[in-house]
Design a protein around this ligand. Structure first.
Ligand code: ZN
Length: 188
């Protein structure tokens, strides 16, 4: 039997720990910190945007919002942020979970993850391209490709998503050139 959220909450709520973040080079903040109080479980999870494909913004988006499209996939660029490039790979059709994908699409996804990661690295001065899937915001299935700059050791690992909002946004022309490089590499 899995632990219920209520059991988990009762077990942990009075014994939250504070990890030694002051020793983590990648931790983006300084100063006195303590864990936020854990709130009790909710009755049910809030619906995600576009649940069941109803009023889904990704389904409604036209191809010109994307930098690259195929019959079954579309690549969406997020607006300029602190990192060189952040793009989302979406299925053209509405699927909710990776496990919902037909085998043919799941197999193609593996090939595309490699192609897109390689294309982003071709920009140059990229230390790593993180490939992630969360799916807690919008339901329409999407994968994150998050490029971090090279040779800035504080930006390694998962805190890079916080650093993305701490570093001021890329100049528009640098950002456009980065996207152009990705699209050019995908066309090869
Ligand atoms: Zn959708």
């Amino acid at each position: 039997m899995p632990e219920t959220p209520e059991e988990l909450y009762e077990r942990v709520k009075d014994s939250l720990r504070m990890p030694p973040v002051e020793h983590w080079e990648t931790f983006p903040f300084e100063g006195e910190l303590r864990p936020r109080e854990l709130r009790p479980p909710v009755e049910r999870e809030a619906p995600r945007q576009g649940e069941g494909g109803v009023d889904c913004r990704r389904c409604a988006a036209s191809d010109d919002e994307y930098i690259w499209t195929t019959e079954r996939w579309r690549l969406y660029p997020l607006q300029p942020s602190g990192l060189p490039v952040v793009v989302l790979l979406e299925t053209r059709e509405h699927y909710a979970e990776p496990g919902d994908l037909p085998d043919e699409l799941a197999a193609e996804l593996g090939v595309l993850q490699a192609r897109i990661e390689r294309a982003i690295r071709s920009i140059g001065e990229i230390g790593r391209v993180h490939v992630c899937r969360y799916g807690d915001g919008g339901e329409h299935l999407h994968w994150w490709f998050i490029a971090r700059p090279t040779r800035l050791p504080q930006l390694i690992g998962s805190f890079v998503e916080i650093w993305d909002e701490i570093l001021p946004p890329l100049p528009e022309e640098v950002w456009r050139a980065n996207l152009d490089a990705v699209v050019a590499a995908l066309g090869e």
